[in-house]
Design a protein around this ligand. Structure first.
Ligand SMILES: [Ca+2]
Ligand SMILES: [Ca+2]
Length: 268
């Protein structure tokens, strides 16, 4: 609650500034994420607060890997119906990339359905759909079947042509750019995965890099673009709520970059 309250205040302040200087909010000018205080700093994050660099990353890895409940891939369907519920229509979920609101009952594999998008493409590190990174709700989102297929296993970068039904997302032969409202979400999910999976649990050590065309290597690019996206699109109430639901109800771990977006720059 504390984090939400402070961030709402920051959003108001940013919007006011944008109006004063005569530009349209939300601005896409990247400014470093301000340090945030959350209700979890003296508890969940107590061993990480005050650290930077590899020391912070290592502390966060320990924190977010401890006492985690893992769910099966089939259980992901029902979990997403809760974590990604449309705040304005409890029968629907909000889809990644397109931003569309679609009936929860249209989960499946046909055109017009929504399915389970691995934002960290499951081929990058080849973890598939087995319980672990393949079922980690912190990077799984409902997405339109067709848009999900267009994203495929592409790395993230700016540019390309318009994705049909993609809500303003762009793509070219080797990369995908989500619509503006999902840019920060993508960045924080990718960087969560990099901290959570460090090679010690039978899965690959996932890490961001500066490339596209990473293929099946356990990397996702481009880090510099993801860092900019984290700043351009700060955590929303929707993103904070899903982090809380995953923590309270499903996995009992948090995405530190939703709570503390400034930790992206502190590590990378
Ligand atoms: Ca967002
Ligand atoms: Ca890693």
């Amino acid at each position: 609650m504390l984090a939400t309250r402070i961030r709402r205040w920051k959003s108001v302040a940013l919007a006011t500034t944008a109006v004063l200087v005569g530009i349209t909010a939300p601005t896409l000018t990247a400014t470093p994420a301000a340090a945030t205080t959350t209700a979890y700093d003296s508890t969940y994050y107590k061993n990480a607060v005050g650290k930077t660099g590899s020391s912070l990353k290592s502390s966060l890895h320990t924190i977010i890997s401890a006492n985690v409940s893992k769910i099966s891939y089939s259980a992901v369907w029902n979990a997403l119906k809760v974590t990604d519920q449309d705040p304005n229509n409890s029968s629907n979920v909000i889809l990644m990339y397109s931003g569309a609101s679609r009936s929860k009952s249209l989960n499946g594999g046909a055109v017009g359905d929504w399915n389970r998008e691995h934002v960290w493409a499951k081929s990058h590190g080849d973890f598939g759909e087995v319980t672990g990174p393949g079922t980690d709700l912190h990077h799984l989102r409902p997405a339109d079947v067709t848009v999900n297929s267009i994203r495929g296993n592409k790395d993230f970068d700016n540019g390309g042509s318009t994705v049909s039904g993609g809500g303003g997302s762009l793509t070219d032969s080797d990369s995908f750019e989500p619509r503006d409202a999902d840019k920060g979400d993508v960045a924080r999910m990718i960087l969560y995965m990099a901290v959570r999976y460090d090679g010690g649990d039978g899965f690959a050590d996932l890490e961001p890099n500066e490339k596209v065309n990473n293929g099946s290597a356990p990397y996702i690019g481009k880090l510099s673009v993801l860092k900019a996206w984290n700043e351009q699109d700060p955590p929303s109430a929707f993103e904070e709520k899903r982090n809380q639901v995953i923590y309270d109800t499903y996995q009992h771990n948090r995405n530190p970059f939703i709570d503390h977006p400034e930790w992206v720059e502190a590590i990378w």
